[in-house]
Design a protein around this ligand. Structure first.
Ligand SMILES: Cc1ncc(COP(=O)(O)O)c(C=O)c1O
Length: 398
Protein backbone atom coordinates (compact mmCIF):
# COMPACT_ATOMS: atom_id res chain seq x y z
CA UNK A 1 0.00 0.00 0.00
CA UNK A 2 1.27 3.43 -0.86
CA UNK A 3 1.94 5.77 2.03
CA UNK A 4 2.23 9.54 1.90
CA UNK A 5 5.37 11.46 2.76
CA UNK A 6 4.08 12.78 6.08
CA UNK A 7 6.79 15.43 6.17
CA UNK A 8 4.58 17.47 3.80
CA UNK A 9 2.22 17.78 6.76
CA UNK A 10 4.92 19.54 8.74
CA UNK A 11 4.93 22.55 6.40
CA UNK A 12 2.06 25.01 5.93
CA UNK A 13 -0.69 23.87 3.57
CA UNK A 14 -0.04 26.44 0.88
CA UNK A 15 2.87 28.68 -0.13
CA UNK A 16 2.48 32.09 1.56
CA UNK A 17 1.10 33.85 -1.50
CA UNK A 18 -1.89 31.47 -1.39
CA UNK A 19 -2.43 32.34 2.28
CA UNK A 20 -2.35 36.08 1.54
CA UNK A 21 -4.81 35.75 -1.34
CA UNK A 22 -7.17 33.79 0.93
CA UNK A 23 -6.95 36.37 3.70
CA UNK A 24 -7.56 39.31 1.33
CA UNK A 25 -10.46 37.65 -0.50
CA UNK A 26 -13.40 38.66 1.78
CA UNK A 27 -12.40 42.35 1.55
CA UNK A 28 -11.83 42.17 -2.21
CA UNK A 29 -15.17 40.40 -2.73
CA UNK A 30 -17.08 42.95 -0.70
CA UNK A 31 -15.37 45.94 -2.41
CA UNK A 32 -15.49 44.98 -6.10
CA UNK A 33 -14.72 48.47 -7.45
CA UNK A 34 -11.91 49.34 -5.04
CA UNK A 35 -8.46 50.09 -6.41
CA UNK A 36 -6.02 47.78 -4.61
CA UNK A 37 -2.29 48.54 -4.40
CA UNK A 38 -0.08 45.47 -4.22
CA UNK A 39 3.23 45.82 -2.48
CA UNK A 40 3.21 42.23 -1.36
CA UNK A 41 4.89 39.97 -3.83
CA UNK A 42 8.48 39.78 -4.94
CA UNK A 43 7.57 39.47 -8.60
CA UNK A 44 9.16 41.64 -11.26
CA UNK A 45 6.90 43.94 -13.28
CA UNK A 46 9.00 45.76 -15.89
CA UNK A 47 9.69 44.60 -19.45
CA UNK A 48 12.95 42.76 -20.09
CA UNK A 49 15.60 45.19 -21.40
CA UNK A 50 16.18 45.41 -25.20
CA UNK A 51 19.63 43.77 -25.38
CA UNK A 52 18.36 40.75 -23.45
CA UNK A 53 15.24 40.48 -25.60
CA UNK A 54 17.65 40.42 -28.53
CA UNK A 55 19.53 37.54 -26.90
CA UNK A 56 16.33 35.59 -26.26
CA UNK A 57 15.24 36.20 -29.85
CA UNK A 58 18.58 34.89 -31.06
CA UNK A 59 17.95 31.78 -28.97
CA UNK A 60 14.60 31.25 -30.69
CA UNK A 61 16.00 31.92 -34.15
CA UNK A 62 18.81 29.39 -33.68
CA UNK A 63 16.14 26.76 -33.16
CA UNK A 64 14.55 27.61 -36.51
CA UNK A 65 17.50 26.37 -38.59
CA UNK A 66 18.89 22.84 -38.70
CA UNK A 67 22.48 24.15 -38.80
CA UNK A 68 22.10 26.08 -35.54
CA UNK A 69 19.46 23.94 -33.81
CA UNK A 70 20.40 22.46 -30.41
CA UNK A 71 18.57 19.88 -28.30
CA UNK A 72 19.82 18.75 -24.91
CA UNK A 73 22.73 20.97 -23.95
CA UNK A 74 26.08 20.59 -22.16
CA UNK A 75 25.73 18.78 -18.83
CA UNK A 76 26.43 21.71 -16.49
CA UNK A 77 24.93 24.30 -18.83
CA UNK A 78 26.07 25.95 -22.08
CA UNK A 79 29.86 26.15 -21.84
CA UNK A 80 29.82 29.70 -23.29
CA UNK A 81 27.52 30.76 -20.48
CA UNK A 82 29.63 29.06 -17.81
CA UNK A 83 32.69 30.88 -19.19
CA UNK A 84 30.76 34.17 -19.14
CA UNK A 85 29.68 33.56 -15.53
CA UNK A 86 33.29 32.88 -14.55
CA UNK A 87 34.34 36.16 -16.24
CA UNK A 88 31.46 38.02 -14.56
CA UNK A 89 32.85 36.96 -11.18
CA UNK A 90 36.41 37.80 -12.27
CA UNK A 91 35.31 41.40 -12.92
CA UNK A 92 34.37 41.45 -9.22
CA UNK A 93 37.80 40.12 -8.28
CA UNK A 94 36.34 36.71 -7.49
CA UNK A 95 37.78 33.63 -9.11
CA UNK A 96 35.26 30.93 -10.04
CA UNK A 97 36.23 28.08 -12.36
CA UNK A 98 33.71 27.32 -15.12
CA UNK A 99 33.83 23.69 -13.91
CA UNK A 100 32.33 24.82 -10.59
CA UNK A 101 29.35 26.49 -12.34
CA UNK A 102 26.06 24.62 -12.75
CA UNK A 103 23.49 26.50 -14.79
CA UNK A 104 19.95 26.02 -13.50
CA UNK A 105 16.38 27.06 -14.10
CA UNK A 106 16.53 29.45 -11.15
CA UNK A 107 17.53 29.67 -7.52
CA UNK A 108 14.44 28.19 -5.90
CA UNK A 109 14.93 24.65 -7.13
CA UNK A 110 18.65 24.69 -6.35
CA UNK A 111 18.03 26.07 -2.83
CA UNK A 112 15.54 23.25 -2.33
CA UNK A 113 17.60 20.45 -3.88
CA UNK A 114 21.11 21.15 -2.67
CA UNK A 115 20.67 19.43 0.75
CA UNK A 116 20.30 16.13 -1.12
CA UNK A 117 24.09 15.90 -1.61
CA UNK A 118 24.59 15.93 2.17
CA UNK A 119 24.06 13.24 4.75
CA UNK A 120 20.47 12.60 5.94
CA UNK A 121 21.44 13.49 9.49
CA UNK A 122 22.86 16.90 8.52
CA UNK A 123 21.51 19.66 10.75
CA UNK A 124 20.29 22.57 8.63
CA UNK A 125 20.28 26.11 10.06
CA UNK A 126 17.86 28.56 8.51
CA UNK A 127 17.10 32.21 9.20
CA UNK A 128 13.98 33.12 11.13
CA UNK A 129 12.50 35.17 9.56
CA UNK A 130 13.79 33.80 6.28
CA UNK A 131 12.95 32.82 2.72
CA UNK A 132 10.48 29.94 3.37
CA UNK A 133 12.00 27.61 0.76
CA UNK A 134 15.21 27.18 2.79
CA UNK A 135 13.30 25.85 5.80
CA UNK A 136 10.49 24.01 4.09
CA UNK A 137 12.65 22.13 1.59
CA UNK A 138 14.90 20.97 4.44
CA UNK A 139 11.85 19.79 6.40
CA UNK A 140 10.43 17.95 3.40
CA UNK A 141 13.79 16.29 2.78
CA UNK A 142 13.68 14.96 6.36
CA UNK A 143 16.66 16.87 7.71
CA UNK A 144 16.76 18.35 11.18
CA UNK A 145 16.19 22.10 11.05
CA UNK A 146 17.35 24.68 13.58
CA UNK A 147 16.54 28.39 13.50
CA UNK A 148 18.93 31.30 13.42
CA UNK A 149 17.01 34.26 14.84
CA UNK A 150 17.28 37.46 12.80
CA UNK A 151 15.97 40.09 15.16
CA UNK A 152 16.38 43.84 15.44
CA UNK A 153 18.63 43.55 18.49
CA UNK A 154 21.07 41.74 16.21
CA UNK A 155 20.59 44.08 13.21
CA UNK A 156 18.52 41.26 11.66
CA UNK A 157 21.65 39.18 11.11
CA UNK A 158 21.35 35.43 11.82
CA UNK A 159 22.57 34.40 15.26
CA UNK A 160 25.27 31.75 15.00
CA UNK A 161 23.75 28.30 15.68
CA UNK A 162 25.14 26.10 18.43
CA UNK A 163 25.53 23.26 15.99
CA UNK A 164 24.77 23.10 12.28
CA UNK A 165 26.21 21.32 9.28
CA UNK A 166 24.52 23.43 6.61
CA UNK A 167 23.74 27.13 7.03
CA UNK A 168 21.53 29.06 4.65
CA UNK A 169 22.63 32.69 4.53
CA UNK A 170 20.71 35.07 2.28
CA UNK A 171 22.21 38.50 1.58
CA UNK A 172 20.72 40.91 0.59
CA UNK A 173 18.04 39.35 2.68
CA UNK A 174 14.53 38.39 1.83
CA UNK A 175 12.46 39.43 3.81
CA UNK A 176 14.31 41.94 6.04
CA UNK A 177 16.15 43.82 3.28
CA UNK A 178 19.36 43.86 5.32
CA UNK A 179 22.77 43.14 3.81
CA UNK A 180 25.58 41.30 5.58
CA UNK A 181 28.79 43.28 5.96
CA UNK A 182 32.16 41.81 5.05
CA UNK A 183 32.91 41.35 8.76
CA UNK A 184 29.67 39.50 9.37
CA UNK A 185 30.30 37.14 6.46
CA UNK A 186 33.86 36.63 7.66
CA UNK A 187 32.52 35.39 10.98
CA UNK A 188 30.21 32.92 9.19
CA UNK A 189 33.07 31.65 7.06
CA UNK A 190 35.23 31.27 10.19
CA UNK A 191 32.40 29.33 11.89
CA UNK A 192 31.94 27.06 8.88
CA UNK A 193 35.67 26.36 8.54
CA UNK A 194 36.03 25.64 12.22
CA UNK A 195 33.06 23.24 12.26
CA UNK A 196 33.50 21.77 8.76
CA UNK A 197 30.05 23.10 7.97
CA UNK A 198 28.88 24.35 4.58
CA UNK A 199 27.27 27.73 3.95
CA UNK A 200 24.61 27.83 1.27
CA UNK A 201 24.77 31.45 0.20
CA UNK A 202 21.62 32.66 -1.50
CA UNK A 203 22.73 35.66 -3.57
CA UNK A 204 19.49 36.15 -5.53
CA UNK A 205 19.49 39.90 -4.76
CA UNK A 206 23.22 40.65 -5.13
CA UNK A 207 22.60 43.12 -7.97
CA UNK A 208 20.63 45.35 -5.61
CA UNK A 209 23.76 46.17 -3.60
CA UNK A 210 25.10 49.56 -4.61
CA UNK A 211 27.33 50.19 -1.57
CA UNK A 212 30.75 49.09 -2.81
CA UNK A 213 31.84 48.17 0.71
CA UNK A 214 29.20 45.42 0.93
CA UNK A 215 29.99 41.94 -0.45
CA UNK A 216 27.91 40.65 -3.35
CA UNK A 217 29.37 37.17 -3.36
CA UNK A 218 30.43 34.92 -0.49
CA UNK A 219 33.62 34.25 -2.45
CA UNK A 220 34.72 37.81 -1.75
CA UNK A 221 35.53 36.41 1.70
CA UNK A 222 38.85 34.66 2.05
CA UNK A 223 38.53 30.94 2.62
CA UNK A 224 34.91 30.77 1.45
CA UNK A 225 35.68 28.40 -1.40
CA UNK A 226 36.42 25.66 1.10
CA UNK A 227 33.08 26.07 2.89
CA UNK A 228 30.45 27.77 0.72
CA UNK A 229 28.12 27.02 -2.14
CA UNK A 230 26.62 30.07 -3.86
CA UNK A 231 23.21 30.14 -5.52
CA UNK A 232 22.40 32.89 -8.04
CA UNK A 233 19.39 33.89 -10.07
CA UNK A 234 18.63 36.21 -12.96
CA UNK A 235 15.03 36.55 -11.75
CA UNK A 236 15.38 39.81 -9.89
CA UNK A 237 18.56 40.99 -11.62
CA UNK A 238 17.14 40.79 -15.15
CA UNK A 239 13.39 40.15 -14.88
CA UNK A 240 13.79 36.41 -15.53
CA UNK A 241 11.11 35.41 -12.99
CA UNK A 242 9.16 33.86 -15.85
CA UNK A 243 12.03 33.08 -18.25
CA UNK A 244 13.84 31.03 -15.54
CA UNK A 245 17.62 31.01 -15.27
CA UNK A 246 20.15 30.86 -12.46
CA UNK A 247 23.29 29.05 -11.44
CA UNK A 248 24.95 27.37 -8.51
CA UNK A 249 28.66 27.40 -7.72
CA UNK A 250 29.95 24.20 -6.13
CA UNK A 251 33.71 24.68 -5.70
CA UNK A 252 35.93 21.63 -5.91
CA UNK A 253 37.78 22.93 -2.83
CA UNK A 254 34.78 22.33 -0.51
CA UNK A 255 35.74 20.44 2.63
CA UNK A 256 33.51 18.01 4.50
CA UNK A 257 34.18 15.69 7.40
CA UNK A 258 34.31 12.55 5.27
CA UNK A 259 34.39 13.36 1.54
CA UNK A 260 37.47 13.81 -0.66
CA UNK A 261 38.04 17.15 -2.38
CA UNK A 262 35.83 17.57 -5.41
CA UNK A 263 33.25 15.09 -4.18
CA UNK A 264 30.43 17.58 -3.57
CA UNK A 265 30.99 19.02 -7.05
CA UNK A 266 30.76 15.51 -8.47
CA UNK A 267 27.67 14.65 -6.41
CA UNK A 268 25.87 17.83 -7.52
CA UNK A 269 26.74 16.99 -11.10
CA UNK A 270 25.34 13.49 -10.53
CA UNK A 271 22.20 14.87 -8.91
CA UNK A 272 21.58 17.34 -11.73
CA UNK A 273 22.30 14.91 -14.55
CA UNK A 274 19.90 12.42 -12.99
CA UNK A 275 17.07 14.72 -11.98
CA UNK A 276 17.36 17.82 -14.19
CA UNK A 277 17.79 18.12 -17.93
CA UNK A 278 19.23 21.60 -18.12
CA UNK A 279 17.89 25.11 -18.45
CA UNK A 280 16.16 26.10 -21.68
CA UNK A 281 18.62 26.92 -24.46
CA UNK A 282 16.61 30.07 -25.22
CA UNK A 283 16.92 31.23 -21.60
CA UNK A 284 20.66 30.51 -21.65
CA UNK A 285 21.09 32.62 -24.77
CA UNK A 286 19.23 35.36 -22.86
CA UNK A 287 21.58 34.79 -19.90
CA UNK A 288 24.59 35.40 -22.15
CA UNK A 289 23.01 38.69 -23.20
CA UNK A 290 22.43 39.67 -19.54
CA UNK A 291 26.14 39.17 -18.82
CA UNK A 292 27.29 41.15 -21.87
CA UNK A 293 28.45 44.75 -21.20
CA UNK A 294 25.28 46.18 -22.73
CA UNK A 295 23.10 43.71 -20.84
CA UNK A 296 24.80 44.60 -17.58
CA UNK A 297 24.31 48.32 -18.22
CA UNK A 298 20.64 47.96 -19.10
CA UNK A 299 19.75 45.49 -16.34
CA UNK A 300 21.49 47.66 -13.74
CA UNK A 301 19.37 50.59 -14.91
CA UNK A 302 16.29 48.45 -14.34
CA UNK A 303 17.49 47.50 -10.86
CA UNK A 304 17.93 51.24 -10.21
CA UNK A 305 14.30 51.76 -11.25
CA UNK A 306 13.12 49.30 -8.58
CA UNK A 307 15.48 50.87 -6.07
CA UNK A 308 13.94 54.27 -6.78
CA UNK A 309 10.61 52.62 -5.88
CA UNK A 310 12.25 51.47 -2.67
CA UNK A 311 13.35 55.04 -1.91
CA UNK A 312 9.81 56.36 -2.51
CA UNK A 313 8.41 53.69 -0.17
CA UNK A 314 11.02 54.33 2.52
CA UNK A 315 10.47 58.07 2.47
CA UNK A 316 6.68 57.74 2.35
CA UNK A 317 6.55 55.33 5.27
CA UNK A 318 8.96 57.44 7.30
CA UNK A 319 6.77 60.47 6.62
CA UNK A 320 3.83 58.40 7.93
CA UNK A 321 5.90 57.99 11.15
CA UNK A 322 6.41 54.29 10.59
CA UNK A 323 9.54 52.45 11.69
CA UNK A 324 11.33 50.82 8.79
CA UNK A 325 14.49 48.86 8.05
CA UNK A 326 16.20 47.69 4.86
CA UNK A 327 15.32 48.90 1.38
CA UNK A 328 18.68 50.63 0.79
CA UNK A 329 20.70 47.85 -0.90
CA UNK A 330 17.75 45.47 -1.25
CA UNK A 331 14.30 45.69 -2.85
CA UNK A 332 12.49 44.89 0.42
CA UNK A 333 11.51 47.20 3.25
CA UNK A 334 10.92 45.65 6.65
CA UNK A 335 8.23 47.63 8.40
CA UNK A 336 7.59 47.37 12.11
CA UNK A 337 3.83 47.20 12.70
CA UNK A 338 2.65 50.24 14.65
CA UNK A 339 1.07 50.08 18.12
CA UNK A 340 2.35 46.56 18.78
CA UNK A 341 -0.04 45.06 16.23
CA UNK A 342 0.59 41.56 14.97
CA UNK A 343 1.52 41.04 11.32
CA UNK A 344 -1.94 39.79 10.33
CA UNK A 345 -3.68 42.54 12.34
CA UNK A 346 -1.71 45.20 10.49
CA UNK A 347 -2.21 43.35 7.19
CA UNK A 348 -5.97 43.77 7.72
CA UNK A 349 -5.60 47.41 8.71
CA UNK A 350 -3.42 48.29 5.73
CA UNK A 351 -5.85 46.56 3.40
CA UNK A 352 -9.08 47.95 4.79
CA UNK A 353 -7.84 51.51 5.45
CA UNK A 354 -5.33 52.10 2.65
CA UNK A 355 -6.22 49.30 0.20
CA UNK A 356 -2.60 48.18 0.28
CA UNK A 357 -1.57 44.53 0.27
CA UNK A 358 1.80 43.82 1.89
CA UNK A 359 3.26 40.56 3.15
CA UNK A 360 2.85 39.80 6.86
CA UNK A 361 6.27 39.14 8.41
CA UNK A 362 4.96 36.10 10.25
CA UNK A 363 4.81 34.09 7.00
CA UNK A 364 8.62 34.16 7.04
CA UNK A 365 8.82 32.58 10.50
CA UNK A 366 7.91 33.48 14.04
CA UNK A 367 10.76 36.00 14.21
CA UNK A 368 8.82 37.98 11.59
CA UNK A 369 5.83 38.52 13.87
CA UNK A 370 5.03 42.22 14.28
CA UNK A 371 6.57 43.15 10.91
CA UNK A 372 5.47 43.52 7.30
CA UNK A 373 7.54 43.06 4.16
CA UNK A 374 6.97 45.79 1.61
CA UNK A 375 8.23 45.00 -1.88
CA UNK A 376 9.71 47.58 -4.26
CA UNK A 377 8.76 45.51 -7.31
CA UNK A 378 5.95 47.35 -9.08
CA UNK A 379 5.15 50.00 -11.65
CA UNK A 380 6.16 53.46 -10.43
CA UNK A 381 2.64 54.84 -10.67
CA UNK A 382 1.23 52.02 -8.52
CA UNK A 383 3.97 52.42 -5.93
CA UNK A 384 3.32 56.15 -5.72
CA UNK A 385 -0.41 55.60 -5.36
CA UNK A 386 0.15 53.01 -2.63
CA UNK A 387 2.48 55.29 -0.67
CA UNK A 388 0.08 58.21 -1.06
CA UNK A 389 -2.78 56.05 0.19
CA UNK A 390 -0.79 54.94 3.25
CA UNK A 391 0.17 58.53 4.05
CA UNK A 392 -3.40 59.75 3.56
CA UNK A 393 -5.02 57.00 5.60
CA UNK A 394 -2.43 56.91 8.33
CA UNK A 395 -2.69 60.57 8.99
CA UNK A 396 0.13 62.53 7.35
CA UNK A 397 -1.65 64.01 4.32
CA UNK A 398 -4.89 65.92 4.67
C1 LIG B 1 15.95 34.68 -1.37
C2 LIG B 1 15.43 34.10 -2.62
N1 LIG B 1 16.07 33.06 -3.16
C3 LIG B 1 15.62 32.48 -4.29
C4 LIG B 1 14.49 32.94 -4.91
C5 LIG B 1 13.96 32.23 -6.13
O1 LIG B 1 14.52 32.72 -7.27
P1 LIG B 1 14.22 32.07 -8.69
O2 LIG B 1 13.16 32.87 -9.32
O3 LIG B 1 15.53 32.16 -9.40
O4 LIG B 1 13.81 30.65 -8.49
C6 LIG B 1 13.79 34.02 -4.39
C7 LIG B 1 12.57 34.50 -5.05
O5 LIG B 1 11.83 35.29 -4.59
C8 LIG B 1 14.27 34.61 -3.20
O6 LIG B 1 13.62 35.61 -2.63
Amino acid sequence: MAKINSRYQKVSQGYFSTEIAKRAKPFLDSHPGAEIYRLGIGNTTEAIVPSVIEGLRKGVEKLAKTETYTGYGDEQGDSRLREAISKWYAKRAVSVEPSAVFVSDGAKSDCANIPSIFSDDAVVAVSDPGYPVHREAAVISGKKVVSMECLEKNNFMPTMPERADLLYICSPNNPTGTVATRKQLESFVAYARKNKAIIIFDAAYSEYVSDQALPRSIYEIEGAKSCAIEIQSLSKAAGFTGVRLGWTIVPKELQTEDGAEGMLNRFWSRRQTTMFNGASNIAQEGGLAVLSPKGQRETHEQVAYYMENARIIREGLSAAKMTIHGGVDAPYIWLQCPRGLSSWEFFDELLTKAHVIATPGIVFGKGGEGYMRISAFGHREDVEKAVHSIRKNFGTIA
